[in-house]
Design a protein around this ligand. Structure first.
Ligand code: SF4
Length: 360
């Protein structure tokens, strides 16, 4: 029997029983329905289980069914997603819920071809939903699975390349235990998340240690191989807390097609080369809302890391010198009392500004 066949057998006889005995309890592992699987899978993309869990509970309480989600406004959905990041996930699941209700009478699609057609669903999510909710023989490939496979087979290609991803997907497809795809996928991900950790794999506790080529090599953490990452760009942003005589604050809604689309923010934008932050704030407010402002005291700096860049945002108070706000490079604007700012959704960075304003 070659190494692959031995590994395949160990997956069935060692990994699946290990998973049955050791799986962590997670809210979406009970009362499993396509709707709950779908929401949890979208939340878990780019988000850790402990961070996603309270969001999942809140979301299910507010939108207990696909129909209730479809009937909600996009702003309500974004509010439930607020702070979780990657907001296109929320906009897409709302779109998909409306589509399923309008075109399929609320019946969740149950084939891989139909599931992948839903907005915001890629091959990973389609395989996860298909295997967990409908027991389709589809293998998932996420970061945890890539790490486990690369170590099991001492796979030496750059795991970030699309050719390697294809090969790894084939390995996962071939290893999959037919008829138990959901358990297989969850077991592989669970092994990666709890035992085969990026820096300190606990090989002594691993049910696949006897067949692991990475462990045999003496340096399991050399896998997966990765090409050096490019340096992450850094941007500097100026933003304003514009107040009026009534003590209200001006907020703007980001355009639907922009990053963080549909969320509200304190208006501002990127500082251009050679520009001071104050000059940037004045220019951005003119461009975005058609107002001339006098930039006043500095309030705070907010730092935040997004997936492809890091940002530092310098926030100043400002007052309108002339002009009335109108949405030019934004979708909408509002004046709100500080106590009512939280009624609409924001990104994490803007929520930090609200935290400070509320304490003043
Ligand atoms: S033996 Fe170690 S490196 Fe290999 S799969 Fe198990 S935990 Fe990962």
């Amino acid at each position: 029997m070659d190494h692959f066949d031995k590994t395949k057998r160990a997956v069935k006889t060692k990994l699946l029983p290990w998973f049955a005995a050791n799986k962590r309890s997670m809210p979406w592992r009970t009362n499993r329905s396509p709707y709950r699987v779908w929401i949890s899978e979208l939340m878990l993309q780019q988000t850790r289980v402990d961070q996603a869990t309270p969001y999942f509970h809140r979301f299910m309480k507010r939108f207990p069914s696909l129909k209730s989600l479809a009937a909600a406004s996009q702003e309500d959905v974004l509010k439930m997603w607020e702070g979780l990041g990657y907001y296109s996930r929320a906009r897409n699941l709302h779109k998909a819920a409306r589509l399923i209700v309008a075109e399929r009478g609320g019946r969740f699609p149950n084939t891989a071809e139909e599931i992948i057609e839903l907005p915001g669903v890629g091959s990973y999510t389609a395989a996860a939903i298909g295997s967990l909710a409908f027991n389709l023989d589809l293998a998932v490939l996420d970061g945890n699975v890539i790490r486990v496979l690369s170590r099991l087979f001492a796979y030496s290609k750059n795991s970030r390349s699309s050719a390697a991803k294809k090969e790894l997907q084939r390995m996962a497809d071939d290893l999959l235990v037919k008829g138990s795809a959901g358990d297989f996928n969850e077991a592989m991900m669970e092994l990666g998340a709890t035992v085969c950790l990026p820096r300190n794999p606990d090989c002594g506790a691993c049910p696949l240690a006897r067949v692991c080529a990475g462990l045999k090599s003496g340096a399991p953490t050399d896998f997966p191989m990765k090409a050096a990452k490019k340096k992450t760009p850094h941007i500097v942003v100026g933003a304003a807390v514009v107040t009026n005589r009534a003590g209200e604050v001006l907020i703007a809604q980001r355009r639907a097609e922009d990053m963080l689309g549909g969320l509200w923010e304190f208006p501002g934008g990127k500082v251009e080369p050679g520009e001071s932050v104050e000059a940037c704030v004045a220019r951005e407010l003119k461009e975005e809302l058609g107002i001339n402002v006098e930039v006043g005291d500095f309030l705070m700096t907010v730092k935040h890391a997004y997936s492809h860049f890091t940002m530092e945002m310098h926030v100043f108070f400002a007052k309108i010198k002339s002009g009335r706000p109108r949405p030019i490079e934004c979708q909408d604007h509002q004046w709100r009392a500080i106590s009512e700012l939280r009624d609409v959704p924001y990104s994490k960075a803007d929520l930090k500004i609200i935290d400070v304003l509320e304490k003043r």
